[in-house]
Design a protein around this ligand. Structure first.
Ligand code: NAD
Length: 257
């Protein structure tokens, strides 16, 4: 059933009302889930508190979590264990790369920039899975956010594309490891959506400009559609699906031209 009543779901990555994680939280809340927010930085916390009040989507807990520090991830999930107990799902909607490496040629990527993008955007899923799964004693689901630039070359996406490729492969390895505990791991490969992170990609508007003409559905994807897919992947309607990268992009990924 799609009913997520009494399910405790951790949503990571709300920074403002445009965040994909916020759309996921809203749809999950509507489906009856209890939301635990993890935020990065005081600014995100303030934004989260305002949003929760104005849109009436209050989390049962807000925890700070910098995904680049294992001790922080461990602390966050220890707090969740103490305050909430069991969890049934995670939305991992977190990524970062240096702005100047999301422009120009990939060949100019620095060693530091490469490591940073991999650390925040790909390794973090491994770390989160490690510390979160002991709380998932009734099984559940983990959903992360990817993009087509992890499969194909998308101009300017560069180092983030390589991080998404690692993220998608991690989804498969994690799905393999965690399947015996009835924990499913999937990714949503979303079409372009105007968010704070997306603005960091040089000429993001140009990338969107051709989309409506070319995508089979002749439009951009709506953030709510990504949120709905996260609900589906965390619900009992998708119990046979794991290790999957599901495109939610109005069909853009099928094009060969
Ligand atoms: P966003 O800027 O709203 O979200 C990115 C989040 O990452 C922010 O909440 C930020 O606080 C968090 N973050 C960054 N560094 C962190 C750290 N060290 N510890 C913890 N959190 C950290 O942008 P978004 O577009 O909603 O991005 C969410 C996810 O969706 C990302 O993985 C992104 O790559 C992916 N995605 C975005 C698009 C798009 O077009 N916007 C398309 C496909 C996939």
């Amino acid at each position: 059933m799609l009913n997520l009543k009494n399910k405790n779901i951790v949503v990571m990555g709300v920074t403002n009302k445009w965040s994909i994680a916020w759309a996921c939280a809203k749809q999950l809340h509507e489906a009856g889930a209890n939301i635990i927010f993890s935020y990065y930085g005081e600014r995100s916390l303030r934004s989260l508190e305002k949003l929760a009040e104005s849109e009436n989507v209050t989390g049962i807990l807000n925890v700070s979590c910098d995904v680049t520090a294992d001790e922080d991830v461990e602390k966050a999930f220890n707090t969740i264990k103490e305050e909430v107990g069991i969890i049934h799902g995670i939305v991992h909607s977190v990524a970062f790369a240096k702005k100047d490496e999301l422009a120009g040629k990939y060949v100019n990527t620095t060693r530091d920039g490469y490591s940073l993008a991999q650390d925040v955007s790909a390794y973090s899923l491994v770390s989160v899975s490690k510390y979160a799964t002991p709380l998932m004693t009734e099984g559940g689901g983990i959903v992360t956010m990817s993009y087509l630039g992890g499969e194909r070359v998308v101009q300017n996406y560069n180092v983030m594309g390589v991080a998404k490729a690692a993220l998608e492969m991690s989804v498969r390895y994690l799905a393999h490891d965690l399947g015996e505990d009835n924990i499913r791991v999937n990714a949503i490969s979303a079409g372009p959506i105007k968010t704070l992170s997306a603005k960091g990609v040089s000429d993001f508007d140009k990338l969107c400009a051709g989309y409506e003409d070319r995508a089979p559905l002749k439009r951009m994807v709506k953030v709510e559609e990504v949120g709905n897919t996260a609900v589906f992947l965390l619900s009992d309607l998708s119990t046979g699906i794991t290790g999957e990268v599901m495109h939610v992009d109005c069909g853009f990924n099928i094009l060969g031209y």
